[in-house]
Ligand binder design. Structure first.
Ligand code: 13P
Length: 350
């Protein structure tokens, strides 16, 4: 990365996002995923209801105290709040940067056991120019990997790593900080040691590909899954073990130049994902080479979604629920969370 204008843009974005005690709100659900989430609380997934839901989230008073960036979906970046202010501008008033999901989802990878490959490289540079004009300055691309005896296969691991690295290179050359998201799914009954081994293989392939494609590690954010037992494993590893194993895998695979690691929640409960992040900070103290924080979707949104259920009279209650999760995760990102804080029913906005 030698162009001084690009370097300034990328480093300003990193500087703003990777502030200690702040994280990212992932609100970039595709229309299909947003439909599932809204219908789960009895709300029809019209464009207007998706807009109303996102407005409820983004207008939460004080959200910017704990959230430094929000990832949006294409539709949302083009939408406005009730006062006709585009969402990216409204978020800016909260001191929050706007990001954009640029991958276009998953298809089966041929000649594998239904493993997935992520699409979306076509025309990416042009799309980024348009997204920049709409107010976005960082991007997200998500790969998924399934754990089984035979997966992730070498084929899926390599092709996904290269696509992710090409995306990251295109982003940086267009002034966007790429969020690099290799998600090792929690589905299955594997133990935590298996998760550690498979996550190590995936992350090694990703960093090899990033190097090959000339991606400058100083201007990217890694969004990994935590190293955790499969959802249907019994017993499942406790908080301490998840924190230790995750730190150990990250220390082995993630170069020190990477400025920030922001975890996805990946099906953990809101409380679990907060406790795991907090424990990592308590164990590591000030020894971490990277900022270590969150980029949660469901773990931040679920309590707010349930409280809202599509009704105007529930907006304040829902915003308090989001603010509470943002605040507790902000504290966890500094090792200052205590599970007893979960019981305080009234979280003040400030
Ligand atoms: P979850 O935290 O719900 O896993 O979502 C994060 C995300 O952005 C998935 O791509």
């Amino acid at each position: 990365m030698t162009n001084p204008d690009l370097v300034k843009k990328l480093s300003d974005t990193i500087h703003q996002i990777a502030q200690p005690g702040k994280g990212i709100l992932a609100a970039d659900e595709s229309v299909a995923t947003a439909t599932k989430r809204l219908e789960s609380v009895g709300v029809a997934s019209t464009e207007e209801n998706r807009r109303r839901y996102r407005e409820m989230l983004f207008s939460t008073p004080g959200l910017g105290e704990y959230i430094s960036g929000v990832i949006l979906f294409d539709e949302t970046l083009r939408q406005k709040d009730a006062k006709k202010t585009p969402f990216a501008e409204a978020l800016k008033h909260q001191h929050i940067l706007s990001g954009i999901k640029v991958d276009s989802g998953l298809i089966n990878l041929d000649n594998t056991d239904e493993e997935k490959v992520t699409q979306g490289l076509d025309n990416l540079a042009n799309r980024l120019q348009e997204y920049a004009a709409l107010g976005a300055c960082f991007a997200k691309w998500r790969n998924v990997y399934t754990i089984s005896k035979t997966t992730p296969s070498e084929r899926a691991n390599i092709i996904n790593a290269h696509n992710l690295a090409r995306y990251a290179a295109i982003c940086q050359n267009n002034g966007f900080v790429p969020i690099v998201e290799p998600e090792v799914l929690i589905d299955g009954d594997h133990n935590i040691q298996t998760s550690a081994l498979k996550t190590t293989t995936v992350l090694k392939a990703v960093f090899e590909a990033l190097k090959l494609h000339g991606v400058d590690l100083k201007y990217m954010i890694l969004k990994p899954s935590m190293v955790i037992s499969g959802k249907s494993a019994s017993p499942r590893a406790d908080i301490d073990t998840v924190a230790k194993e995750t730190l150990s895998v990250l220390k082995e695979t993630v170069p020190k130049e990477v400025p920030s690691i922001n975890f996805l929640s990946g099906g953990q409960t809101p409380e679990e994902s907060t406790a795991h992040l907090n424990r990592m900070h308590q164990l590591a103290g000030s020894t971490l080479p990277w900022n270590l924080s969150f980029s949660y979707g469901r773990a931040l949104q679920d309590p707010a979604l349930k409280a809202w259920a599509g009704k105007e009279e529930n907006v304040e209650k829902a915003q308090r629920a989001l603010f509470k999760r943002a605040k507790l995760n902000g504290l966890a990102a500094q090792g200052r969370y205590d599970p007893a804080m979960e019981n305080s029913e009234n979280t003040d906005f400030a």
